[in-house]
Design a protein around this ligand. Structure first.
Ligand code: A3P
Length: 293
């Protein structure tokens, strides 16, 4: 079998991108959001799948077993900007979603979000993760996913991550851009991966209150049991085991799910360099990340 060529990174309006996320640009920009759409926005590897599945179960967990066992999460929660050969584009999938509300995922930096989401005052859930764990997770994801540019070795990857030269650009600009948006756009719920790991129940209560949902204690417990790291790792609908470009033998899609795994990857020198650079790039004292819990 021919080994698929990995895509090249290029500058797209100041953000590093690959063609899979820019080829459908006009349709993405002209996407017609509906007022009850819910957008799940993240920098890649911040816990998108986890939060998408939580939302999917909160809204549609009672729709019958068939849906839970036969429709992969990536079809239930379309990835807005994706456009690759032989698969429906994210905008097509979203247009055809039969459910209300529509849950839609994006990794776009805030300035690229189609304007209809703002016009329709859609609810948006943004999930952020500390830069070090985010970088480690992204590195392993790039290794196993042939649809991503070659990560090179860890030190090369880390350097490029710091320079914003990975898909969807700079982590620093992403988390900060969305944080700033939250100051003027009230329908944005900004969550942290670390908080969700630390106190799942507290975070779900906050999320439900933002969404105007009041699930019973039993429903909440059902959702909780389905979205544990182990359940999602086993679940073929969430573990991406059906995605051809992903080689789960290189690194599983649902990999470790920990806060602080960066300590197993960063050398002392890398950590010092990273911290120094981090201080320069993170100017907003209100946006704080935890590197351990
Ligand atoms: P690690 O690579 O650190 O394990 P995304 O969905 O945005 O691609 O994020 C992927 C990261 O979320 C991976 O991190 C993955 O293991 C983690 N993750 C997925 N499901 C999880 C869960 N149920 N609990 C904790 N972490 C989870």
């Amino acid at each position: 079998m021919e080994v698929p060529r990995r895509p090249e990174l290029f500058d797209f309006h100041g953000v590093s991108m690959i063609s899979a996320f820019t080829d459908n640009w006009e349709n993405v920009q002209n996407f017609k959001a509906r007022p009850d759409d819910i957008l799940i926005a993240t920098y890649p590897k911040a816990g998108t799948t986890w939060v998408s599945y939580i939302l999917d179960l909160l809204y549609f967990g009672n729709m019958g077993l068939d849906r839970q066992t036969s429709i992969p999460l990536y079809d239930r929660v379309p990835f807005l900007e994706i456009c690759v050969p032989f698969l429906p584009s994210g905008t097509d999938l979203a247009d055809k979603l039969p459910t209300t509300p529509r849950l839609i995922k994006t990794h776009l930096p805030v300035q690229f979000v189609p304007k209809s989401f703002w016009e329709q005052q859609c609810r948006i859930v943004y999930v952020a993760r500390n830069a070090k764990d985010n970088a480690v997770s992204f590195f392993h994801f790039n290794r196993m996913n042939l649809g991503q540019p070659d990560p090179g070795d860890w030190s090369t990857f880390l350097q490029e991550f710091m320079e914003g030269k990975r898909v969807f650009g700079s982590w620093y600009d992403h988390v900060n851009g969305w944080w700033e948006k939250k100051q003027t756009y009230s329908n944005l719920h900004y969550m942290f991966y670390e908080d969700l790991i630390e106190d799942y129940r507290r975070e779900i209560d906050g999320l439900c209150s933002f969404l105007g949902l009041s699930p019973s204690a039993e429903e909440k417990e059902r959702v909780r049991a389905s979205v544990t790291f182990d359940s999602m790792k086993q679940n073929k609908m969430t573990n991406c085991s059906t995605v051809e470009v992903m080689d789960q033998k290189v690194s599983p899609f649902i990999r470790k799910g920990k806060v602080g795994d960066w300590k197993n990857h960063f050398t002392v020198a890398q950590n010092e360099q990273f911290d120094e650079d981090y201080k320069k790039k993170t100017k907003n004292p209100d946006l704080k990340f935890r590197f351990e819990i």
